[in-house]
Design a protein. Structure first.
Lengths: 296, 265
């Protein structure tokens, strides 16, 4: 029972993080049909924000907020500079553009800062644990669990209750028709990228927090996880992204907890094996679009 | 000065020429039909007016100003609203959300609310299903939603592309009744239709389009009197569309890829 609760907390914590990562990827894909592989670099940019601002005398919450803001700005600028010129080019042109942006940002960081991992100053709660009802939990797990759920609820309110949220949902369904109602394409796409950057920034804090280190390739794993989770959950749909993220979190922690010691090295092989089986059974992902329609 | 002027318009999709010198005018308060067989270039004309496809050459002027090179969203903001072929409602959003999006260019919240009530009174079924996903509506109801959504922007000119397409005969009559009612409200409408007989019953003037240009223009009576045209292009049948093989370009043009690439941001 105790094990189970601890497993649940760890899974919800990691799964929440994965869900935010995946949403950041899918919110852009839904509108531009672009899998933005430079998304990981938004995590990296926020990570270096933590390093940079962490070396000042600013209070840590300010450092965290500034780092998230850096990711938001980087995302909007990325769209403006790299993706807007190729917006209506083929899907493969946009995909290759995203690889180019990713490579460029990683190598710029590598040359300008350092190829080596840098230690980031983090507040003590990242390594502390608390006892609740006789069980010990890592504070950072509880924090990321809470933050991810709050972020998901706020995002859901944004999408359901606001005008821009309504436009985003419509554009994800039929972008051209949304424009034919007078909604400005640039506004929607900028908003989608800003949300993507915001999620990447939040993810970065906990992702960097796991090792207290930041390096140029730190965004690689988040973008891969987000990609796999979005394929499993269903590319078309934000609920699918959340579901895929949590599922991947539960599987990862579950395998880590219950795989025999000898098999632990093959954790990822088992994980991806399960992913393949899911995709064989449901090639469109777990959540299919309710009203499927052709791409326009 | 006409409200809408299209002059010498040429459009091609790759090697396929869709429009070769299309010309028409729509005056304020008029309801004008654009009729002809499948593939004649009617929908392409509409897509060119909305700048969803880019014309090779020719003029498109609305209220005296050129629309060429504008983004679709800028054209809506000038007072033109399209009801696109296939209805293009957002099936996952509620009826109310669809209507709200129709008012995307407006910011007068109170008046938007009043307009939603107005169109729900006009189309009672929409009022009843306001909070339901639009995808749960029937084809005819979706068409009403598409029209109501377009009207939410308070357009000066309404473009309607094949509003009767794919509807059961009874619903087709309902849609034409609706267009007649909109005419009585004083709307200016350019109506693209394959259903020639019903269109001629409600329009002030019509253009008969064939292979990318106007074949004949006139009042409904003048067009009906052209018995030869009736034979050649109207197919003589109850529903037009029997002339599928009437022209070499009669195949449905493939809009998705080409249309998408031609939209500018």
């Amino acid at each position: 029972m105790d094990n189970l609760i601890q497993y649940l907390i760890s899974s919800l914590s990691l799964g929440g993080l994965y869900a935010l990562m995946t949403l950041g990827l899918v919110v852009v894909y839904g509108i531009l049909r672009l899998i933005n592989f430079a998304y990981g670099e938004l995590v990296m940019v926020a990570g270096y924000g933590l390093l940079l601002f962490g070396n000042t005398t600013l209070a840590w919450p300010i450092v965290a907020l500034l780092s998230i803001a850096v990711a938001v700005v980087a995302a909007v600028v990325m769209e403006r500079v790299a993706f807007r010129p190729v917006r209506f080019a083929s899907a493969s042109t946009m995909l290759i553009t995203s690889f180019a942006v990713s490579t460029l940002l990683q190598n710029t960081t590598l040359l300008a800062i350092s190829p080596r991992p840098q230690a980031v100053r983090l507040p003590s709660f990242f390594v502390e644990s608390v006892a609740i009802g006789g069980l010990r939990f890592r504070v950072v797990d509880l924090a990321s669990l809470t933050v991810s759920i709050v972020a998901l609820v706020l995002l859901s309110i944004l999408l359901r209750r606001t005008t821009i949220g309504l436009a985003l949902r419509a554009a994800a369904d039929d972008f051209t028709m949304t424009r034919l109602l007078g909604v400005r394409a640039n506004h929607i796409i900028s908003a989608a990228f800003a949300i993507s950057g915001l999620l990447a920034g939040i993810v970065a804090i906990f992702w960097v927090g796991r090792s207290s280190l930041v390096e140029p390739a730190i965004g690689l794993q988040p973008v891969l996880i987000a990609f796999i989770a979005s394929v499993v959950g269903g590319m078309e749909n934000l609920k699918g992204a959340v579901l895929g993220g949590y599922l991947l979190g539960f599987l990862t922690v579950g395998l880590q907890t219950w795989l025999p010691q000898a098999l632990l090295d093959y954790r990822n092989a088992v994980l991806f094996g399960i992913v393949i089986v899911i995709l064989l059974l449901r090639p469109e992902g777990l959540i299919r679009p309710a009203y499927s329609r052709e791409r326009r | 000065m006409p409200l809408l002027l299209v002059d010498g318009l040429h459009v091609r999709y790759g090697a396929i020429v869709a429009l070769r010198g299309m010309s028409l005018t729509v005056d304020e308060g008029e309801i004008v039909g654009l009729i002809g067989v499948n593939g004649a270039g009617k929908s392409t004309t509409m897509n060119a007016i909305m700048q969803v496809v880019r014309p090779e050459r020719g003029r498109i002027e609305y209220n005296g100003a050129s629309l060429i090179g504008l983004a679709p969203e800028a054209i809506i903001r000038r007072g033109v609203a399209p009801v696109m072929e296939g209805r293009r409602i957002f099936p996952g959003l509620t009826v109310e959300e669809n209507l709200k999006l129709g008012a995307a260019i407006r910011s007068d919240r109170e008046a938007i609310r009043a307009d939603i009530e107005r169109w729900c009174a006009f189309f009672p079924i929409l009022g009843e299903r306001l909070t339901k996903p639009a995808g749960t509506l029937s084809g005819g109801q979706q068409q009403m939603l598409a029209v109501a959504r377009a009207l939410m922007s308070r357009p000066r000119l309404l473009l309607m592309d094949e509003p009767s397409l794919g509807l059961a005969p009874k619903l087709v009559s309902e849609v034409f009744t609706l267009i007649a009612e909109l005419r009585d409200l004083g709307m200016t409408i350019l109506l693209v239709e394959q259903n020639v007989r019903k269109t001629l019953d409600i329009v002030d003037r019509a253009y008969l389009v064939n292979t990318g240009r106007v074949e004949f223009a006139g009042t409904p009576d003048e067009i009906r009197q052209q018995a030869d045209l009736e034979q050649a292009y109207l197919g003589g049948g109850r529903e037009a569309g029997g002339g599928r093989n009437a022209s070499p370009s009669a195949s449905r043009l493939p809009p998705p890829a080409s249309a998408r690439t031609s939209i500018r941001g």
